[in-house]
Write a protein that binds this ligand. Structure first.
Ligand SMILES: [Zn+2]
Length: 408
């Protein structure tokens, strides 16, 4: 197996999470009686470019099918984050009604809707047709396709050269990273800007965020490695923000290497230096992670078994992808967690992949009155605790498993 960026042979295993079904493949009641396909979930680190990556066991068109039911607009904090980003970027780069904004993986239009509000022309690219439909209902033009050099070439033939290309949480999902970044280079206007947000592997390692590892994520980036990739394709990263979303992400700003429009911010060198100080370009940094996550697994199982033996009722909140990695790696099933609550009507009445824990509506909490609630999307735990404020009426307690098992 070769590195998906530099093509060097991969020898070093970063983590092995056994086998699990694709984390967004939730099941209907009928499907519970059918066989379920499990894929190995194993990551490698390249000792040349330090890209952490999964082998491509599953073709992306099998993953992003109609069952891919993640709708960005269901998270309030993500909407606020997106709205703030839009005002920031409009001001910073003087976008107006003569500009063109393209968002790759525009999902349900959670972000482009704010450009539309300001009358800034925009176009979304989204391979998953059920989320794309929602974006279209918001009046946003959407191309239902995967992004790469081929689509980039088609767009420029149609004179669609954007002043801003956005990609939030898409870079990790791209199987062919070289074709994708080359496509950005082809598509971008001469003085255009690219911004991309993605989880920072430094935070993943620091905070034991192994539950953000799933088949849909092909790559995990340090700033060091993403710089190598963009640079290789004739793009320069001229600024970077460290942001709190998804447990610690970075937002990069890139332009054509020969563009003089933006000066390189000191943030770029500062982050490269701080990554270097923890030896991010050294194999040792990546070793030993498996032992730490095995401890999380054992602690969580112990916690659940103890509470269960004391006669407590335990449920979980949030049927997001990251919960599935955790539950499947720990081997947790309905006997330990009775059900999981989720706001998405597309998931309610169905079952989590692998663990087969039922997904129910929020009102079930009020009738069941659980003693403990495991918050699976720990990155939005404050939002969830606020929303479920009423559970204190019967003294229910919240707990999380990442970065460590604790009651909150
Ligand atoms: Zn490599």
């Amino acid at each position: 197996m070769k590195c998906r960026f530099c093509e060097k042979e991969l020898h070093f295993k970063f983590i092995d999470l056994g086998s699990s079904p694709p984390s967004n493949s939730i099941l209907t009641h009928e499907e519970l009686n059918e066989p379920e396909v499990f894929f190995p979930l194993k990551l490698y680190v390249c000792d040349n470019c330090f890209l952490v990556q999964i082998d491509e066991y599953k073709k992306s068109n099998e993953i992003f099918n109609e069952k891919y039911a993640y709708f960005s607009s269901f998270s309030k904090s993500w909407l606020t984050h997106s709205k703030n980003y839009v005002s920031m970027v409009i001001n910073k780069f003087n976008l107006d009604n003569n500009s063109l904004v393209i968002e790759i993986a525009c999902n349900d239009g959670y972000l482009l809707q704010y450009f539309k509000e300001q009358d800034i022309p925009c176009l979304g690219i989204e391979p998953s047709s059920n989320t794309a439909q929602n974006a279209k209902q918001k009046g946003i033009e959407v191309i239902e396709d995967y992004f790469g050099t081929q689509l980039a070439n088609n767009l420029i033939k149609r004179k669609k050269k954007p002043d801003l290309i956005i990609g939030n949480n898409v870079l990790a999902h791209v199987p062919n990273i070289n074709d994708f970044v080359k496509g950005l280079k082809v598509l971008l206007n001469q003085n255009g800007i690219i911004t991309m947000e993605f989880p920072h592997i430094m935070k993943l390692i620091q905070s034991n965020q192994f539950d953000t590892i799933y088949h849909e994520h092909f790559s995990y980036f340090s700033f060091y490695t993403v710089n190598l990739i963009f640079n290789h394709h004739g793009l320069e990263i001229f600024d970077v923000d460290e942001i709190n979303t998804h447990g610690g992400s970075i937002r990069i700003y890139a332009h054509h290497k020969d563009s003089r429009k933006n000066t390189v911010s000191k943030n770029v060198n500062n982050l490269l230096k701080s990554e270097k100080s923890i030896k991010i370009n050294n194999l040792e940094y990546y070793m030993g992670f498996q032992d730490r996550i095995n401890k999380v697994k054992n602690d969580l199982l112990q916690f659940l078994i103890n509470k269960k033996n004391e006669g407590n009722k335990i449920i979980a909140y949030g049927a997001a992808a990251k919960g599935n990695t955790l539950l499947n790696y720990c081997g947790i099933k309905e006997d330990l967690i009775t059900f999981v609550v989720d706001l998405s009507p597309f998931k309610q009445g169905k079952y989590l992949p692998g663990s087969h824990i039922p997904i129910v509506k929020e009102n079930k909490i009020k009738t069941y009155k659980p003693d403990y609630i495991l918050i699976l999307p720990w990155n939005i735990k404050d939002e969830i605790i606020d929303q479920l404020d009423y559970v204190k009426n019967w003294n229910a307690k919240f707990f999380i498993a990442i970065p460590e098992v604790k009651q909150i």
